[in-house]
Design a binder for this molecule. Sequence first.
Ligand code: OXD
Ligand code: MN
Length: 605
Amino acid sequence: MQPFGTLPPTMLQTSDLNRELMAWVEETSELTKPDIIHWCTGSEAESERLNDLLTKDGTFIPLDPIRHPNSFYARSDVNDVARVEGRTFICSATEQDAGPSNNWMDPIQMREFMNGLFDGCMTGRVMYVIPYLMGPPGSSMAQVGVVITDSAYVVANMRIMTRIGSVALEEFPHKASFVKGMHSTGVLDPEQRYICHFPELGLIMSFSSNYGGNALLGKKCHALRLASAQARQEGWMAEHMLILGITSPDGVKTYVAGAFPSACGKTNLAMIVPPDVDQAKGWKVECIGDDIAWLSFGEDGRLWAINPEAGFFGVAPGTSMTTNPNAMLSCRANTIFTNVALRDDRTIWWEGMDGPPPESCTDWTGQPWTPGCGRPAAHPNSRFTAPARQCPAISPEWQNPEGVPISAIIFGGRRSTTVPLVSESLSWQHGTYVGATLTSENTAAAAGTVGQLRYDPMAMLPFCGYHMADYWQHWLNMGKHGGDQMPTIYHVNWFRKDEAGKLIWPGYRQNMRVLKWIVDRVRQRGDAVASPIGMLPTPQALEISGTDWPQETVKELLAVDREEWYKEVDRREEFFANFATNLPPELLRENEALRKRLQDEQLRF
Ligand code: OXD
Ligand code: MN
């Protein structure tokens, strides 16, 4: 099939922003020298043509039309399976602006270098121009962007993850600027792989990777790295957070946002199915987003959040009808599966899926696979790209242009010791400190480093587009602005282990106990006791009494071991020293206040 081209929509000539877009597309095509330019409309017909094209060139294998209607299987290059933090750059005006946790390159030099890579890179290819919208149509919080790419696979994924084409162009007249994204597959050489952000220019340049986080530029690059820097200037927040709506039995809805580093169960929590007993009592949980939240003050002085995305880019392995039925149902149709295993009947499989493994299948590298062969069938970071609207638990509010008012923010990491199941911060400032010191342990997958702690402040370490300490200052400033209308901040840990190394907390649906306590607390009715690290639930408040879990287990889950916490405080002091030049003094004061509270004999429980 011949690749196809379309002209830009005529509406484009009508405003300064549109003229800027036309000029930039022309400039980029002069640099990249494509054979054909295609303006994406986002229509069904266009999607069908693209899927046909991708099927004919071997990128897509159509899946069984009954089991997975309009869904496709894709394999990436074996060297292109994840985000590449080492090759991701924040090219802010000065190195100081990027801060110690980001790679920095001089913006003028880096742009020149990237222009060199892009020079002629689309010769013989189609240049797709994808206008996209991050956020619900009509929302003042939503933003527009345009990605120029030579990858039809990127177009197909962006079409699910964002709102592309006409719906985005219709928003242009209401916006002051748009983010410019340039992407090329190049030849997928890892040595030529660069993911560069120019916050002052609102520009992203990504070369030589087609992996989601590197190539779907609306997601991590725009909605987190560029947006976080912009949000600081403009007084709002771009966060690596899920958004949940929880309905209590009396019908009141409470909205909660949550930040979790990878492999800590964020997508599972975003789509949690409450236990049957809670559902019978009238508890209900709905999903607004699973990865990114943009939060800004509403007219009522509260923080309101939108999900800028339109799809889920979920990790496949471990997802099943037991662990996350809503994710399984979300990706039944209209989904792209990348790097999972392919069964002979054109259905898909991954480790941890329901039922026994197939007797044989084709693995993510295209090799024959059998259960005993010693290799995983699906890549551990294999993904499904699925429309959010297909999630059975999607909230009716998920496309509300106003967003939803957030009452609580949850931080969670993977910690086998020290951190109790849940604690409530004493103030916004204390909660900011809790988020800034968020840590997670490397999992068994990283041999030799099991249990090693990685600080991942607010789960934003790889995504904060400017100096991390300035980001903490921004959090504190937001708190000063919002005063007592700010959400209450919680810290959760589903991963505490007993002395035998066994996880104490069952997790998954049982996490609802913690969510219910959080909702009750923000509604001023859940019981709590004071501890040095914040307020803890009483066992009754977690409704543990109705279970057969021994009292000892509950004690272990909620224990605050002073010796462990003294060590934690020392480690945090060392961690903060990395950001000494810009560190808000409030955070050091919070660390010292914690040390003092640990010495307070009154706080025994
Ligand atoms: C991530 C993701 O890497 O959401 O955090 O894909
Ligand atoms: Mn994420």
